[in-house]
Design a protein around this ligand. Structure first.
Ligand SMILES: Nc1ncnc2c1ncn2[C@@H]1O[C@H](COP(=O)(O)OP(=O)(O)OP(=O)(O)O)[C@@H](O)[C@H]1O
Ligand SMILES: [Mg+2]
Length: 452
């Protein structure tokens, strides 16, 4: 055991007996009969726990406590106090003592108190480490960007992170909406509480409601147990409502109520519960046009869209391609244990010109694939997928002909969907998987392109 305990007690017999006992338990033990000397020792040695008498001639245990804490807030102080003066010990705990123990000291009890203090300390430092790891992994540092378009996104996101304002993140598939949502959470004061995501496209309407709000036992056939919903799991934290455009109208009303009243009810219950939840919603659909055609409630749209963050498609911020390629090269060469130096000039040229209908996710996949396939430390044209060499629709479209650009992107999308359907033997679930989109999203696209 590498815990150092400093025992402070003016009665020498007591001091020796406690110190001897703790030393036998395997702790490194330091002793002092005088508080002033204890402070000197604590200044010179790495002391984890100070076990101190309350009533001493020079200064009280509480005075020693505050002097110790002032120099080193991490030191844990346990107060030993006579049975009659427990109240002063409680006072000491309010001032930051870890625990107290009554005198005469029961050694068995002392052992438990020390163990609990050490265990709690370990948990606290572990928790702290975990939190920094999380915020490093998911905070804004994890978002690679160089373009001015992304700088603007990061600037807005950075400013709203600390607030509880509802944020609506829009952008095409794969632009990094979830990444930004996580960064908002992990750089906010709520980061110690849960980040909970719910994907509205992944669940049928009936399940979505109890997924969000939970249900009481017996609320409907099959509800054989009480179930907490995502709103409850996200208490104190952030609820990420992904693909919010897919929420059916009937549920939109209920979501609106939560946003307005900050309370919700489990399905089958009439007892409202407070919802201390920060909402971040995302969609790759055009909610404004959905509002116009009546498939999305205007009032809900305005409640969600308090702050809106639009992440531009990758083809509109090509400056981000080189640093993204770099980051993905590092990540995947590490993951696959391959030595990769970089890309040939032609390969990089092709990546710079490609249109990326799947945005950053597609670039990520391309780099990953090419690392797997590559037989040399330099990735060449041959390691890249064929589609990368299709002429970039945007690059040869003169200004003012945006329509033809969109048309080409749509034609490309259509082709990808057809390809996936063929590969999947026309099984939609499978095709959606291949494309990396939800089945509902696929059905929406099929309808949009009049494919059946
Ligand atoms: N700026 C970025 N830096 C690093 N990685 C990124 C960046 N943007 C996106 N990614 C990566 O691209 C992938 C897709 O991002 P994400 O899941 O956040 O996109 P999305 O917009 O939510 O997509 P979808 O609409 O399909 O759900 C993830 O693996 C993410 O880590
Ligand atoms: Mg997403």
């Amino acid at each position: 055991m590498d815990t150092t305990i400093l025992v402070v007690e003016d009665e020498v017999v007591q001091l020796e007996s406690i110190a001897g006992f703790l030393a036998k338990q395997g702790y490194r033990v330091l002793k002092s009969q005088r508080p002033q000397k204890a402070l000197d020792i604590a200044a010179q040695e790495a002391v984890d726990i100070v076990l101190t008498d309350f009533r001493m001639p020079e200064m009280t245990g509480v005075e020693l406590l505050s002097a110790l804490k002032q120099r080193n807030p991490a030191v844990e102080v346990i107060i030993m106090t006579a049975f009659g003066s427990v109240e002063s010990a409680i006072e000491a705990m309010k001032l930051g003592a870890a625990d107290y123990i009554t005198k005469p000291v029961d050694l068995h009890r002392l052992q438990t108190t020390i163990r609990n203090t050490i265990e709690r300390n370990r948990l606290i430092s572990e928790n702290r480490l975990l939190k920094t790891q999380l915020s490093e992994r998911f905070g804004f540092k994890g978002i690679v960007s160089q373009s001015s378009a992304m700088a603007q996104v990061m600037s807005i996101a950075g400013r709203v992170a600390a607030t509880t304002a509802t944020v609506l993140i829009t952008g095409e598939t794969g632009t990094g909406k979830e990444l930004v949502a996580k960064a908002l959470h992990y750089s906010s004061p709520r980061s110690g509480n849960p980040f909970v995501a719910v994907n509205c496209a992944a669940l049928p309407e009936t399940l979505l409601e109890s997924e969000l709000f939970g249900h009481e036992k017996g609320a409907f056939t099959g509800a054989d147990k009480l179930r907490r919903g995502r709103f409850e799991s996200a208490q104190g934290g952030t609820l990420f409502i992904d693909e919010v455009g897919e929420i059916p109208l009937s549920l939109q009303v209920k979501l609106l109520r939560v946003l307005q009243e900050k309370t919700f009810e489990r399905v089958g219950s009439s007892a409202p519960q407070a919802a201390d939840v920060r909402i971040v919603a995302a969609t790759n659909r055009d909610l404004e046009s959905m509002v116009r055609d009546g498939s999305f409630r205007a009032d809900l749209y305005y409640r969600l869209n308090v702050v809106s963050i639009r992440i531009p498609p990758l083809r509109e911020r090509r400056d981000d391609i080189p640093p993204l390629v770099d980051a993905f090269l590092k990540r995947f060469s590490g993951e696959y244990g391959k030595q990769v130096e970089g890309l040939s000039r032609e390969a990089m040229d092709a990546l710079m010109k490609y249109s990326y209908p799947g945005n950053v996710r597609e670039l990520e996949n391309i780099v990953q694939q090419s690392i797997v396939l590559s037989r040399s430390p330099v990735i060449t044209r041959e390691d890249l997928p064929y589609r990368v060499f299709d002429p970039c629709p945007e690059c040869d479209t003169p200004e003012g002909q945006q329509g033809s650009f969109t048309e080409k992107v749509m034609a490309f999308e259509r082709e990808m969907i057809l390809g996936a359907l063929e590969e999947a033997g026309n099984v939609q679930t499978r095709a959606a998987e291949i494309l990396g989109i939800s089945e509902r999203h696929l059905r929406y696209k099929l309808k949009k392109y009049g494919m059946k």
